[in-house]
Design a protein around this ligand. Structure first.
Ligand code: TPP
Ligand code: MG
Length: 400
């Protein structure tokens, strides 16, 4: 039961303009499609926009630092988010503390907003941790682990959202496991992020079947950054991606993903509907991956320069800066943010280089929640194997 209908054609017909409040030059110029979401921005003003600007600039400084660290051999790999900060910040700021977030691997801005220390993100790419951060620690804001298996997080999120729904039903005295009809307010929601390429994965589509059937309190966010490594989005889908969700019976819209105001307003609305028992939503954020897919990729081999340049002109940071300047914010603010972002990036660099490697047996620690004989067997084997080198060294007369 979708009580909130989006006026978009299900079959054929024109697509409404992507929802945006700021035009590409940073002028406040809402699209017609934005009108239905404008009330979500009531009471949101220059202080919030300054905060979002800081989020974006800090994330980009951290991101750029990590690319440098990878080039210097200090990280094994880095996954840049440059260009995608607009939708990430709007959606991250639209979430409430009790919500749960299931990211892919490029959602650095959302991680920071939810409270994850950027050191822990960098740690993952330095190979110092098998996961990254402790999701059960409230300081990490219910921000779940990065998922490199495309689409797996959509299943995790839908399962989690189903749990949120069942918990709320049980609290209301309904102990059946059947999620039943929509309408149970959960008070919390789940938001899952994935990319345009991932939208073709079975896991992502199966998740939408369950989300629609059980009306999970969930928001799917697809960052359509135009590319899945070297495969363009036009190869993934013959229809705009948001229409796929409509086909599953999930309310869906397309937003300008480089406008944080649009992401915030639509994110607030959809998360609000999800928390109040009105079912899932799907947001296709049109954005662009300015950098390489990862530091192992060379996009000049498959992308035209003109395309990159046209998106560089739509940079979400420059767009919000122009808007802030039109609201009277002056140079000293932008300079202070830039300096503070560089300080944060340097802090991450300094800390990451001092952290110890994990012990080899840490790889067995979190396979199961309880001791398991096969794992113990493997741990014992590794211990014997490592000890065999010490014996060999002694026999060979090598001093250790
Ligand atoms: C199940 C699975 N298949 C293939 C890959 C290899 N792979 C890693 S990222 C990627 C492209 C993903 O594109 P998209 O979903 O658009 O996300 P983006 O990287 O653009 O943010 C592929 C094919 C993988 N990690 N997992
Ligand atoms: Mg992509």
């Amino acid at each position: 039961m979708n009580t909130h209908t989006i006026d978009a054609p299900l079959h054929g017909g024109a697509d409404p303009e992507p929802i945006r409040f700021l035009d590409e030059a940073g002028n406040y110029a809402p699209s017609d499609s934005a009108a239905a979401f404008a009330d979500e921005l009531e009471g949101v003003g220059v202080e919030e926009f300054k905060l979002w600007y800081r989020d974006m600039v800090t994330t980009r400084a951290f991101d750029t630092e990590c690319t440098h660290l990878q080039r210097q051999g200090q990280l094994a790999l880095w996954v840049p988010s440059v260009g995608q900060e607009g939708c990430q910040v709007g959606l991250g700021r639209a979430s409430e503390p009790q919500d749960h977030i299931f990211p892919a691997y490029r959602e650095h801005a959302v991680a920071g907003i939810r409270g994850v220390d950027f050191v822990n993100v960098a740690k993952l790419f330095r190979g110092l941790t098998h996961g990254g951060w402790d999701v059960t620690d409230p300081a990490n804001g219910n921000f779940h682990l990065y998922t490199l298996v495309l689409g797996a997080q959509a299943q995790h999120a839908t399962g989690y959202a189903l749990g949120q729904l069942l918990d709320a039903k049980r609290e209301a005295g309904d102990t059946s496991l059947d999620p039943g009809e929509a309408g149970t307010a959960t008070g919390n929601a789940t938001m899952v992020f994935y990319g345009d390429g991932t939208s073709s994965q079975g896991d992502a589509n199966e998740s939408m079947v369950f989300a629609a059937s059980y009306q999970t309190p969930e928001v799917f966010v697809v960052q359509n950054n135009r590319w899945a490594i070297s495969v363009p989005v036009a190869r993934q889908s013959r229809t705009p991606l948001y229409r796929r969700a409509l086909g599953f019976g999930i309310r869906a819209v397309q937003i300008d993903g480089n406008d944080p105001l649009a992401a915030y307003a639509v994110g607030r609305r959809f998360l609000g509907l999800a928390r109040t028992g009105q079912g899932p939503g799907y947001i296709e954020a049109l954005t662009y991956r300015i950098g390489a897919h990862t530091t192992s990729d060379d996009p000049t081999r498959y992308r035209e320069d003109g395309e990159l340049e046209s998106w560089q002109q739509r940079d979400p940071i420059e767009r919000l800066e122009a808007y802030l300047r039109s609201l009277g914010v002056t140079d000293d603010f932008f300079e202070e943010v830039r300096v503070a972002a560089d300080v944060e990036a340097k802090r991450v660099r300094d800390v990451i280089l001092t952290l110890p490697s994990p012990t080899a047996d840490s790889m067995f620690a979190n396979v199961y929640s309880e001791p398991h004989p096969r794992i113990e067997e493997q741990r014992a084997w590794l211990e014997r194997y490592e000890a065999s080198f010490e014996e060999a060294d002694v026999q060979g007369g090598v001093a250790k």
